[in-house]
Ligand binder design. Structure first.
Ligand SMILES: Cc1ncc(COP(=O)(O)O)c(C=O)c1O
Length: 409
């Protein structure tokens, strides 16, 4: 075998996957519920036949104008006012975040994140060699008072100020918290005062089980300090790989210039335009919201039954539960051991940029049925019981490897 001279960044990331037992229940990545996947055949036929010359070409860096206009209308329902010039289409929210990082970050620049935060955002930002300023959350979301104190301190010290803030204000991944309106306003205020830009990553906003929607951070932005990132992945299908960014036209131009792929597939963009136009997206959102409410409740009930000493907060929507294990229980061990009991969950340690907490799990209830969600928690409780009996060093090592090698999305 040749000895490849991989870059350091490649070697740091690639770990060998662990083989999983047949019938493993996947409560890890935020996959779509297979029983609710949309049928896009009619929209695809329109794209392929009526729009063939457009659909089979490069689309251009900013995306199809029809889709940009449709996104303007889509976000207007949330109170975001913008025009086509504020919109760029991307290959999903993660691609959007990567582009924003390319445009804003020099190695060593600081990004404000919540502790915990979306694990893949951390890995994307790490590839840009970001430093992190990790701020805790309370029931209202990112703690703006703690953030302000830290920013004041940095200013007093003459230290470089963070350039970006990344957050998921609705049904936060992983904590499930929805940020209050006053916090959203406070963040915009801090961004204006301290000169950073907020990335509002909001894939779950429309998957609301109950309670009142809170206006997006972008709707409070009167100074061009918020970059709103959206995606079709969670409201329709991740396989489409369609996302969008809404930002000041100057930022949009910079993002477009950093694209290296000739633009998002015009074929899937046109499919998405059709699905928005025919009302399929709105219909689908109702469908999955109703399904996921049941999934979520089944998982919470199963925790109460099988692992009553684990604390979970019911989110008002979204895809995830953030489970707090009793102090001292090692989440890496439990996630790794869970895999050998036939259930995949993420250790919460993946979600911290700093001030690592070792006793949280992130669970996703979207992918499997309510019954399988319950069975997954039962299996996890078996792993938990085994752990409490004490693990020998070889079993500990196997469990840690299994936890760290899980693919993330
Ligand atoms: C907060 C957050 N942003 C973005 C994404 C992924 O977006 P996309 O599939 O559009 O890249 C996810 C998926 O898990 C997510 O939780």
């Amino acid at each position: 075998m040749p000895s490849y001279r991989f870059a350091t960044r490649a070697q740091a990331k690639a770990t060998a996957p662990v083989a999983l037992p047949e019938g493993t229940i996947n409560l890890s990545g935020g996959f779509a519920f297979p029983q609710c996947l949309p049928n896009v055949a009619a929209a695809a036929a329109v794209a392929a036949e009526e729009y063939r010359t457009e659909a089979m070409q490069y689309s251009g860096a900013v995306g199809l104008n029809d889709l940009r206009d449709a996104i303007v209308n889509y976000v207007a329902k949330d109170g975001v006012t913008c025009t086509r010039d504020n919109v760029i289409v991307v290959n999903g929210a993660k691609h959007g975040l990567d582009l924003v990082a390319r445009v804003f970050l020099e190695p060593g620049d600081a990004v404000i994140v919540t502790g915990p935060t979306y694990m893949t955002a951390l890995s994307i930002l790490r590839t840009h060699e970001a430093r992190f300023l990790s701020i805790p959350q309370d029931e209202e979301g990112l703690d703006a008072v703690v953030l302000e104190e830290k920013l004041e301190q940095l200013q007093r010290d003459g230290a470089p100020m963070p350039k970006l803030l990344f957050d998921v204000p609705d049904f936060h991944n992983p904590s499930g918290i929805t940020m209050s309106a006053r916090r959203r306003r406070a963040l915009v205020d801090l961004a204006k005062r301290y000169g950073f830009v907020i990335i509002e990553d909001d894939p779950y906003r429309r998957i609301r089980f109950d309670g009142e929607a809170v206006a997006p951070i972008k709707s409070f932005d009167d100074a061009g300090v918020v970059i709103a990132v959206g995606t079709a992945a969670k409201v329709l299908a991740p396989g489409l790989r369609i996302g969008w960014i809404i930002a000041d036209p100057e930022i949009v131009r910079q993002l477009a210039a950093q694209k290296a792929d000739g633009g998002t597939s015009a074929f899937t963009q046109r499919i998405f335009v059709e699905l928005l136009r025919t009302g399929e997206v709105a219909h689908h959102i109702d469908l999955i919201t109703n399904a996921l409410r049941e999934h979520c409740d089944a998982m919470i009930k199963a925790f109460a039954k099988y692992m009553p000493d684990v604390k979970v907060r019911r989110p008002q929507g979204g895809y995830y539960l953030w489970a707090e294990l009793p102090e001292g229980v090692d989440s890496d061990m439990l996630a790794g051991l869970g895999a050998s009991h036939g259930v995949l969950v993420y250790s919460g340690t993946k979600c911290f940029a700093a001030d690592l907490k070792r006793n949280f799990l992130r669970l996703c209830y979207s992918f499997v049925t309510p019954e399988q969600n319950a069975e997954g928690i039962r299996r996890l409780s078996e792993a938990y019981a085994e752990m409490q009996g004490g693990l020998n060093p070889a079993a500990q090592q196997r469990a840690s490897h299994a936890a760290s090698s899980m693919a993330t999305y």
